[in-house]
Design a protein around this ligand. Structure first.
Ligand SMILES: Cc1cc2nc3c(=O)[nH]c(=O)nc-3n(C[C@H](O)[C@H](O)[C@H](O)COP(=O)(O)OP(=O)(O)OC[C@H]3O[C@@H](n4cnc5c(N)ncnc54)[C@H](O)[C@@H]3O)c2cc1C
Ligand SMILES: *[C@@H]1O[C@H](CO)[C@@H](O)[C@H](O)[C@H]1NC(C)=O
Ligand SMILES: *[C@@H]1O[C@H](CO)[C@@H](O)[C@H](O)[C@H]1NC(C)=O
Ligand SMILES: *[C@@H]1O[C@H](CO)[C@@H](O)[C@H](O)[C@H]1NC(C)=O
Ligand SMILES: *[C@@H]1O[C@H](CO)[C@@H](O)[C@H](O)[C@H]1NC(C)=O
Ligand SMILES: *[C@@H]1O[C@H](CO)[C@@H](O)[C@H](O)[C@H]1NC(C)=O
Length: 525
């Protein structure tokens, strides 16, 4: 029975592939025979193939696509999606793909800015979608948790809070972001000035390497363990789970969001924020969300000061009245709440609806393009004014400035692949979103131009960028593989600075055949 089912499936898939793809290289029949011959994969609801356009394959593929740019009919699609519920199924998939020369894309939360977890121009590929491997086991005794890569940040936060209101995890703001991509790319959020990146709080991990072996920290060794904490998982293996250290938070925290337009002195406030944002006590995180808004018949800039303080209103007011009186913060702007509710606050969600943390469905999907910079010298007032002008005249981006400093200044640059530590004032994210596919080129070209315009004002030699805000404009690997180190260094040094070389050396050691690769993976040194 099973065998007959399998034969029909192979026939159907071959037919589909004949009519829908132009790949010539690997023999996909052999791949499917290998996959279906494995007892762990032959059961239903593990391997999904594109038999027809409205099959569960499509809904699974689309389920966590966050960027509509990669949700078009022209987007290259996987020959199969494997949705494992145990580790044997992943090992079997790795083994079959390796034997038959088919690439793997690993997807946890699907939030990759360039869609690299579910599409590629490089080759026929299989997606391993980890969304069912999302357990979170919190141990208060050990002040840690084991979390699987397929969990979302919201699921992690929720599980921690179920155990204690005074424990937290240092990670990003959007609750649908996946653990797998986030932790392997760094992970920055509202308590990172006090506790560091998510990756700084990883104390163990379990990975599957290119030989299909399951390794923990001890058996993988410190080099690989170093690389997966910020070097990007997709170059090194499939990270199944992570042991994370929990952080302490008080029962009462304070949040506020106040907005100031240019007419309300916004430029001077930003100018001052640039130097004090990273100098505040580690308990205070104040980021800027900068937007273009209508003002009468014209447009202006509005700056939202979004803040979390790990303490009560009185202390917060005292700090800001001393260090940032120009902001004019009032008591009624502030709300005392819990750390978990502050996550919902930053996510612009109903602060009483905890269940949203477990909702894996992304917010309304749009087309977007983003990129990032690091700032080490404050922008002059005239530079800020130029930036506002480019935005107002242009395509209405959102700019997000996130302050560093605090413990980020204390962690040595080589501790992890992520290099933006001492001396970094803040990160800029430039983000542009739209809904009409025919506008894509206009918006993408515009943000590229903005990035060019910003060159004189931001970090140099190399100009830094944040891996988790991946941008393929920095360069991509060759279709045939075998991209020279010196070429890959052009984008690698933007994300990793001097740590890129060590990443390439680790890659050479753990995956010399470059099995795990994508458009911006690290080549073996
Ligand atoms: C709305 C939104 C908000 C965000 N907010 C923040 C924020 O506040 N702070 C911040 O630092 N970042 C933020 N990010 C960026 C986010 O951290 C990255 O996009 C992150 O890589 C997403 O992880 P993911 O698992 O959802 O993505 P995926 O698309 O699943 O994966 C991203 C990359 O990691 C690889 N990968 C995924 N899982 C694994 C695994 N288990 N093993 C090996 N490789 C793996 C993928 O192959 C891909 O290359 C945000 C992104 C979005 C879209
Ligand atoms: C299927 O598995 C059996 C037993 O493990 C093996 O002998 C056979 O060669 C496999 N066939 C294919 C096509 O991989
Ligand atoms: C798929 O499409 C067919 C024909 O349009 C339709 O009859 C069927 O209900 C659809 N199935 C699903 C699961 O949407
Ligand atoms: C969490 O505990 C469950 C039950 O013991 C176990 O099956 C699961 O693998 C654990 N998860 C992690 C990430 O260790
Ligand atoms: C920030 O702190 C540094 C180091 O303590 C100090 O040199 C600098 O003057 C401070 N800047 C501001 C604006 O307070
Ligand atoms: C999308 O943009 C095109 C070109 O600007 C325009 O012709 C079309 O009407 C737009 N579609 C929608 C739905 O707005």
């Amino acid at each position: 029975m099973e065998n007959l089912h399998f034969k029909i499936l192979v026939l159907a898939i071959s037919h589909f592939l004949l009519i829908s793809t132009s790949y010539s290289q690997p023999n996909l029949n052999n791949l499917f025979q290998c996959l279906y011959n494995d007892s762990s994969l032959s059961s239903s609801n593990v391997v999904y193939v594109p038999l027809n356009s409205n099959s569960s394959y499509s809904s699974l593929l689309e389920s966590t696509i966050r960027n509509n740019r990669f949700l078009t009919s022209a987007t290259p699609k996987p020959v199969a999606i494997v949705k494992p519920s145990n580790y044997n199924q992943i090992q079997a998939t790795v083994k079959c793909c390796k034997i038959h020369g088919v690439q793997i894309r690993i997807r946890s939360g699907g939030h990759d800015y360039e869609g690299l977890s579910y599409t590629t121009r490089l080759a026929p590929f299989v997606v391993i979608d980890l969304q069912s491997l999302n357990s979170v086991n919190v141990s208060l005794e050990d002040n840690s948790a084991w979390v699987q890569s397929g969990a979302t940040l919201g699921e992690v936060y929720y599980a921690i809070t179920q155990k204690s209101a005074n424990r937290a995890f240092s990670a990003g703001i959007c609750n649908t972001v996946g653990v797998g991509g986030h932790l392997s790319g760094g992970g920055y959020g509202t308590i990172s000035r006090k506790y560091g990146l998510s990756a700084d709080n990883v104390v163990d991990a379990v990975v599957i390497n290119a030989d299909g072996q399951i390794l923990d920290r001890k058996s993988m060794g410190e080099d690989l363990f170093w690389a997966i904490r910020g070097g990007g998982g997709s170059s090194f293996g499939i990270i199944l789970s992570w042991k994370i250290k929990l952080s302490e938070v008080p029962s009462v925290v304070t949040v506020f969001r106040v907005a100031r337009t240019l007419a309300q002195g916004g430029t001077d406030l930003v100018q001052k924020w640039q130097t004090i944002g990273k100098n505040f006590t580690k308990d205070l995180f104040m980021r800027l969300v900068i937007e273009v808004i209508a003002e009468g018949n014209s447009k202006t800039i509005r700056i939202k000061f979004e803040t979390l303080y790990l303490g009560k209103i009185d202390q917060l007011l005292a700090i800001l009245n001393t260090n940032f009186p120009e902001l004019g913060l009032k008591r009624e702007d502030c709300t005392e709440t819990s750390w978990i509710k502050s996550i919902l606050f930053f996510g612009n969600r109903n602060m009483d609806d905890f269940d949203q943390l477990k909702n894996r469905v992304p917010d309304a999907r749009r087309f977007f393009k983003a990129t990032s910079d690091y700032v080490k010298q404050p922008l002059s007032k005239s530079a800020l004014e130029m930036l506002w002008k480019w935005c107002v005249e242009g395509q209405n981006p959102i700019l997000i400035f996130e302050p560093y400093g605090g413990i980020m200044d204390e962690i040595p640059t080589g501790n992890l692949p992520f290099p933006y530590r001492k001396g970094t004032l803040y990160n800029i994210q430039y983000l542009i979103q739209w809904d009409n596919v025919s506008e894509s080129d206009v918006h993408i070209n515009w943000i590229r131009k903005l990035y060019g315009n910003m060159t004189p004002f931001v970090s140099k030699g190399p100009r830094g960028a944040y891996l988790n805000y991946r941008d393929l404009d920095f360069g991509v690997n060759k279709v045939s593989g075998g991209t020279p180190y010196s070429e890959a260094e052009q984008w690698g040094s933007k994300y990793f600075g001097a740590n890129f070389r060590r990443l390439a050396m680790v890659k050479k050691k753990v995956d010399p055949q470059n099995f795990f690769r994508d458009e911006q993976s690290i080549p073996p040194f």
